[in-house]
Structures are given as structure tokens and as C-alpha cells.
Design a protein around this ligand. Structure first.
Ligand SMILES: [Zn+2]
Ligand SMILES: [Zn+2]
Length: 143
């Protein structure tokens, strides 16, 4: 056994290894700190750095990170927020029934853009279109 001085607390301690730097008390401390440093490094490695390019897990588009907690592209982030606080759901439930509609692949964006260009919501546009259809096909709806 050799006597060494602990690099942490200065206490002398007995050890069989001449590479030992710390006494038995500090060894635990040092290990804890090492673990903590490792955990922090690991954490910062997985968290995104501001200004870096990331792929949005929702839409697959690449986006530039503007804040440390950002997980999705700006578009999806605002969509997520909108989902969390749906506007007037109470009102909608009370006054409307919901129809789930399928549109041909790729048409959704076109319909949205068309509605946008008219200053209407897609919903409104479809309701107006339906009214017009009824108006124009009073006699034979199949024509
Ligand atoms: Zn010590
Ligand atoms: Zn996205």
C-alpha cells in the first residue's frame, strides 16, 4: 500500500494503485461528476443547435432551427399549436355536422389554394359549390 494525497480534498489516503488520484470519498464524487458531465454532453448532442438544418418529422421538409426547443418546421409547429387550441369547437359542434371527405391525391393543396384565391375557407367553398350545383341541376342532378 502507498500513501497518496487526494487531488480533490487533499486528504491522504492509502491505495494499492499508484494511478489513484482521489481518496475513496472523492472517487465517488468524481464519478458522479463524470457521469453528470457525460449526461449533459449526451443531452446537448441530441438537442438541436440553433441555425442548424433539421428534417421535420411530420412533413419531411428541411427547416432551419430558430429555437432550441423547436421540433418541427415552422409550418407544422403552428399547425400543432392550432391543434392544441382548436378555434370555436363548441360553436362548430353546435352548428355543423362533420363530413370526412377524400379528395384525389395532390388535390387537397390545389383546392386549398383555389379557396384561398377566392378568400374563402375550403369548407365554405364546398358549401357554396354544393348550393350552385343544386341550383344548376334542379331537374336532373346527373346532368
Ligand atoms: Zn478526497
Ligand atoms: Zn413540417
Amino acid at each position: 500500500m502507498i500513501t497518496r494525497k487526494c487531488e480533490m480534498c487533499g486528504r491522504e489516503f492509502q491505495t494499492a494503485s499508484n494511478r489513484a488520484k482521489y481518496c475513496q470519498y472523492c472517487r465517488g464524487e468524481v464519478q458522479i461528476q463524470r457521469n453528470r458531465a457525460y449526461a449533459e454532453k449526451k443531452k446537448s448532442g441530441t438537442s438541436v443547435s440553433i441555425g442548424s438544418e433539421q428534417v421535420c418529422p411530420l412533413c419531411g421538409k428541411t427547416y432551419k432551427v430558430t429555437s432550441g426547443s423547436q421540433k418541427y418546421c415552422t409550418e407544422c409547429t403552428s399547425n400543432q399549436k392550432r391543434k392544441k387550441a382548436p378555434p370555436n369547437t363548441g360553436y362548430l359542434k353546435e352548428h355543423y355536422d362533420y363530413i370526412r371527405m377524400n379528395v384525389p391525391k395532390g388535390e387537397r393543396e390545389k383546392i386549398k389554394e383555389y379557396a384561398d384565391s377566392l378568400g374563402l375557407s375550403v369548407n365554405k367553398l364546398l358549401l357554396i359549390a354544393l348550393e350552385e350545383f343544386k341550383e344548376n341541376h334542379k331537374d336532373d342532378p346527373k346532368k
